[in-house]
Design a protein around this ligand. Sequence first.
Ligand code: SME
Length: 160
Amino acid sequence: MYHFTPDPNQPKPELYRELAGSAAALVAGEPDPVANMANLAALIRQFVPRLNWAGFYRVVQDELVLGPFQGATACIRIPFGQGVCGTAAASGETLLVPDVHAFPGHIACDAASASELVVPVKRGGVVIAVIDLDSPDLARFDAEDARGIELLAAAISSAI
Ligand code: SME
C-alpha cells in the first residue's frame, strides 16, 4: 500500500504538490471510482492538518450525493445551489469559507466544523463532484490551500 509521512513544517505549495503527486500515484491503474475516492479521502485526511471532515460529494442528476469521506456521518443529498457544496458545484468555482456560521445557507453536518473549503472536480469542463474539507478552526484555509486542492482535483478527475 502507499505510505506517506507528511512533514508538518513543509511550505504549503510543496505539501500540495506532493499531495497531488501521491494522489495520482494512488489512483493510477485503478478504474473503480468508489475505491479511488475512499483512498483519496484517507490520503487528504492524513496529509492536510487540522481537518475534522474530508471527502467527496458526487454530482448525480441534478443534485450532490455523499461519496466516500473521512469524518462524522454527513448529510446525504445537497441540492445544487444550496450550502457551501451546492453553491460551489453550481458555480464551478472554489469556495473558501472562513466562518461557516456566517455563510448564508450553510448546511451544518458536523457541529465541530468552523471553516470550510470546497473545490469542484471537473472533467471536460463539467463539474462531476466536489471535494469538501472542513476544519474545527476558524479561517483554517487560505488561497494556497485552495490552489493545492485544485491541483489535486485536476490530478484525479479522470479516476473518480
Ligand atoms: N457544510 C456543507 C455540507 C457538507 S458537510 O460539511 C460534510 C455545506 O454547507 O454544503
